[in-house]
Design a protein around this ligand. Structure first.
Ligand code: KIV
Ligand code: ZN
Length: 515
């Protein structure tokens, strides 16, 4: 296989994904995702849009400082201040890219930019030339490229390459393309743009018609060697092309699409689950590759076939995406050493000693109740623990009375700034009673419960429940997560987690986490 068949994976989860409603993340969360992307072998991480806000600038800058292998990209319009902000934000990165874009379709130029085509061409030269002063790695995008006239697109691409762009991205901004047309557009550029051999062509497909992955693959087959995508396909409107689907399609159908990527596919599940735990955006159960049912065989005929020979109904192994078949990893007899080894093996490295001891205690408690501890249980438990180290309010104990005869009550104990506080409250159902008890102990009258979601992290009736709570206060929102085999305890943990974040946000007047 020649290098010519290596496809660059450009992940925009932290930019195009993060800017979509409900997906915003705080700095610490973005750093966690960036770390996972780097670890899984993503080639380029688009870390954000630095000029958009001081918070965006800071996160791109911090990601640039910490990412070890991937190129860190900052997005900017064809505007001097944007390009300067992006150049400054990515400065600490080992490998850095500026990604500058401008619309090229008749519709966008007339109504959005209110610029004539000549001015757009001038802006391309100016913006790419300026970007090259900050880095040799400059990507230029033709926004709404799939609805741009061929002749003008060729002219713009040639201009961008002449000014120094090394990657040319053709976005299907509105998700309008169909695979045959999109492939033809890429081939047309390769045939007609005289200096196209000096740049790598990239795709950036949105999923409005459910064709983002199909269009991206068609683009690769036509000659594109970079794809822009996001974990779980999050992104504007119907989302972007899903990284895991593109990577696994290339890997599984290498016979028909002989292209490779640098992705360690066994990290896919961890990336997917961490992102949904952070954003509260759950993955639909039948979603390709990462959905809970993607490797579940429900019908008797299928189960029988898989047991006799897995390939009868499985085109990929669960292990290849990080679902270990030998899922049983630890039990109640496992000690600190085994737990530490497991954390290392799962990519958590060494937790700070206090966090490790707390996580181990919680693991032991979990192992007492749940016979088998799976990788997913550990992800839920440790991710929870890492956040927990900064808490002012700590959950200590909960007794709930539920059922038909009523009243439903919650007796709750929290540690608030080191002091034990208790409440006994009646509610309209057990969850209402728990949340009221929290409000009684730590009053926060201006905060409203915006989202309450329960989902099982692992299979079986003793699965860990994972709960997401979103609180909104004076236009600011925070997301909390809690995991526990007991759904009510998980609900309480999630609320307390969100409340802790709200307290931090109040103190620091931190930037908003989303709508
Ligand atoms: O969809 C789009 O056109 C974009 C560009 C900024 C690359 O996200
Ligand atoms: Zn986009």
């Amino acid at each position: 296989m020649s290098d010519n068949n290596r496809v660059i994976i450009f992940d925009t989860t932290l930019r195009d994904g993060e800017q979509s409603p409900g997906c915003s993340m705080n700095l610490e969360e973005k750093l966690r995702i960036a770390h996972i992307l780097d670890e899984m072998g993503v080639d380029v991480i688009e870390a954000g849009f630095p000029v958009a806000s001081p918070g965006d600038f800071e996160s791109v800058n911090e990601i640039a400082k910490t990412v070890k292998n991937a190129t860190v990209a900052g997005l900017c319009r064809a505007v001097k201040a944007d390009i300067e902000a992006a150049g400054e934000a990515i400065k600490p990165a080992v490998r850095r890219r500026i990604h500058t874009f401008i619309s090229t379709s008749p519709l966008h130029m007339k109504y959005k930019l209110q610029m004539d085509p000549e001015t757009v061409v001038e802006k391309i030269t100016e913006s790419v030339t300026l970007a090259r002063q900050f880095t040799d790695d400059v990507e230029w995008s033709a926004e709404d490229g799939s609805r741009t006239e061929d002749d003008f697109l060729c002219r713009c691409v040639e201009t961008a390459i002449k000014a120094g762009a090394t990657t040319i991205n053709i976005p299907d901004t509105v998700g309008y393309a169909i695979p045959a047309d999109f492939a033809a557009r890429i081939r047309m550029l390769i045939e007609r743009v005289p200096n196209i051999d000096k740049a790598i062509i990239s795709t950036h497909c949105h999923n409005d018609l459910g064709l983002a992955v199909a269009n991206s693959l068609a683009g690769i087959q036509a000659g594109a060697r970079q794809v822009e995508c996001t974990i779980n396909g999050i992104g504007e409107r119907a989302g972007n092309a899903a990284l895991e689907e593109i990577v696994m399609a290339l890997r599984t159908r290498y016979d028909a699409m002989p292209f490779t990527t640098g992705i360690d596919t066994t990290k896919i599940m961890k990336a997917s689950r961490t992102l949904s735990a952070i954003t509260g955006f759950t993955v639909q159960p039948n979603k390709a590759i990462v959905g809970a049912n993607a490797f579940a065989h429900e019908s008797g005929i299928h189960q029988d076939g898989v047991l006799k020979h897995a390939e009868t109904y499985e085109i990929m192994t669960p292990e290849s995406v990080g679902l270990t078949k030998s899922e049983l990893v630890l039990g109640k007899h496992s000690g600190r050493h085994a737990f530490k080894d497991k954390l290392r093996e799962m990519g958590y490295g060494d937790l700070p000693e206090n966090a490790f001891q707390d996580a181990f205690r919680r693991f032991k408690k979990l192992a007492d109740r749940k016979k088998e501890i799976f990788d997913d249980d550990i992800v839920a438990l440790v991710d929870d623990e890492v956040v927990r180290t900064q808490e002012r309010i700590r959950f200590e104990g909960l007794q709930v009375q539920a059922g038909t005869s009523g009243p439903q009550t919650a007796a709750l104990t929290l540690i608030v700034d080191g002091a034990r506080r208790q409440a006994w409250v009646e509610g309209n159902g057990p969850v209402d009673a728990i949340f009221k008890a929290i409000r009684e102990i730590v009053p926060h009258p201006d905060a409203k419960l915006a989202v309450y979601q329960v989902h099982a992290v692992t299979g079986g009736t003793d699965a860990q429940a994972e709960v997401t709570v979103k609180l909104a206060e004076n236009g600011k929102t925070v997301l909390g997560q809690g995991a526990d085999p007991d759904t009510l305890v998980a609900s309480c943990r999630a609320y307390v987690h969100a409340l802790n974040k709200l307290l931090v946000k109040r103190e620091k007047a931190a930037p908003d986490e989303g709508p």
